[in-house]
Design a protein around this ligand. Structure first.
Ligand code: SF4
Ligand code: SF4
Length: 128
């Protein structure tokens, strides 16, 4: 799963995530993070057979978990391959192909919506 984890100041210095990784033997990948002593948030990918147990564990210890359930889709007939969306994607989920068309990798997309707002022909839509 891909999710935002939010940390309150009271737990920001606790080793909750590292304990969870060891306890549940999960793969944990940080995609974005902004953590300060006053709290913060982190966009992560968590995967493994005990993914659910891991999420329950960290939620019980005060980390707020918000899964990302949405993805985006390009409507090919509307896209004019202008490339405006490519550089705006914060996680490089949009790439230019050999034929200069663009492709969106929903495994990487974090559903931020920047590309939707930047597209002059409204060719990108958000789907659940
Ligand atoms: S929604 Fe955000 S992350 Fe996903 S492809 Fe568009 S710009 Fe990239
Ligand atoms: S901004 Fe819209 S029209 Fe331009 S390449 Fe991206 S999806 Fe296609």
């Amino acid at each position: 799963m891909k999710a935002w984890l939010r940390f309150l100041p009271s737990i920001v210095n606790k080793a909750i995530m590292s304990d969870a990784i060891k306890l549940f033997d999960i793969d944990f990948n940080i995609l974005r993070a902004h953590i300060t002593p006053r709290g913060g948030k982190m966009l992560v990918e968590i995967s493994g057979p005990q993914e659910t147990e891991c999420v329950n564990y960290i939620e019980e210890r005060g980390i707020q978990v918000t899964p990302i359930m949405k993805v985006v889709k390009k409507e090919a007939e509307k896209c004019i391959d202008c490339g405006a969306c490519v550089s705006l994607c914060p996680v490089r989920a949009i790439c230019v192909q050999d034929d200069w068309g663009i492709d969106i990798d929903n495994q990487i997309c974090i559903a931020c919506g920047f590309c939707i707002n930047s597209c002059p022909t409204k060719a990108i839509i958000l789907i659940e």
